[in-house]
Design a binder for this molecule. Structure first.
Ligand SMILES: [Mn+2]
Length: 297
């Protein structure tokens, strides 16, 4: 369980990333938006995720290691979600992202992976393009292609987006794990033209480089969905979907470094942190570190 009460001793010569984010101004190149959505295949407390990521930033300084400044950010707070209304949640997330206008780059703190459906739709609206002109790259152990018959949830955001009009050829999925997915959903991925890179095929970074290269010419804007369960269970105990055989935080950071340098990647999410299942804040700290990678030079 994340212990938000732990506040390290203050040192004026060791400025904290949490204070820096809290003091950011509207109009900064990066906007942060919390999405406390909690509608999972595995019941949990994903709604605590956004705050846990923000609080974990207190354990990091502002020094990337080379003296260069971080990209300025503005924390827009959390989306207010309707109660007991799964479709309403997707609509609220879409509306929030569309009305924020994305800016230069948007980073979403989840919340479960269900937020991705509304966020991609909102990105298309904010950029005034059809879903045909948007690419989605997922770093995820799973396809997230479950049936949408029971309504939107964290196991079906990509399936939902295909049904919303996102062409399968605009989707690249990196880090897909064996025994964490089913043949039926692998067939959905294949039949819809999704480009799948399995965890055993190549590194996350290599998958991201190839995925971005294949999407860049075909779409205007790219949304990166970073499901923290792409990491190994040892590094992401706070993700119910993480399994042994996943990536290390270093491997994930190397992949994220390619995402952040790509000019078409204008929105990224960090999802599937359930602080109630975390151990020693490992997953929350990894999520916060990925965010710092996105905003570091
Ligand atoms: Mn996922």
């Amino acid at each position: 369980m994340y212990d938000g009460a732990v506040t390290p001793r203050e040192d004026p010569q060791w400025p904290r990333a949490s204070h820096w984010l809290a003091q950011g101004r509207k109009g900064s190149p990066v906007t942060v938006l919390g999405v406390p959505i909690n509608r999972s295949v595995t019941p949990g407390r994903y709604d605590l995720g956004p705050q846990a990521i923000r609080q974990s930033l207190a354990r990091y300084s502002l020094w990337p290691g080379d003296g260069l400044p971080l990209t300025e950010c503005w924390d827009a707070g959390d989306v207010v979600l309707p109660e007991d209304d799964a479709d309403g949640e997707v609509a609220a997330i879409e509306e929030a992202v569309a009305s924020l206008g994305v800016g230069e780059r948007l980073v979403l703190f989840g919340g479960d992976n269900g937020l991705t459906r509304g966020a991609v739709r909102g990105l298309a609206r904010a950029r005034r393009v059809a879903l045909e002109r948007v690419g989605v790259i997922t770093l995820d152990a799973h396809f997230d292609l479950r049936s949408t018959e029971g309504g939107p949830m964290n196991g079906n955001p990509i399936r939902g987006l295909l049904e919303d009009g996102l062409p399968g050829r605009n989707v690249v999925q990196v880090g897909i794990q064996p025994f964490a997915n089913s043949p039926a959903y692998a067939a959905v991925a294949k039949d819809s033209g999704i480009h799948v890179v399995r965890a055993e095929d190549m590194s996350l970074a290599e998958g991201v480089v190839r995925g971005l290269a294949s999407l860049a010419a075909r779409v205007d804007w790219i949304y990166a969905d970073i499901d923290l369960d792409v990491m190994d269970r040892a590094f992401a105990p706070g993700c119910p979907g993480s399994r042994p055989g996943g990536a290390s935080p270093r491997e994930l950071l190397q992949a994220v470094a390619h995402l952040k340098r790509h000019p078409q990647v204008v929105a990224l999410d960090l999802v599937e942190l359930d602080p109630s299942k975390d151990i020693n804040d490992a997953t929350a700290l990894a999520a916060a570190r990925v965010f710092l990678e996105i905003v570091s030079p």
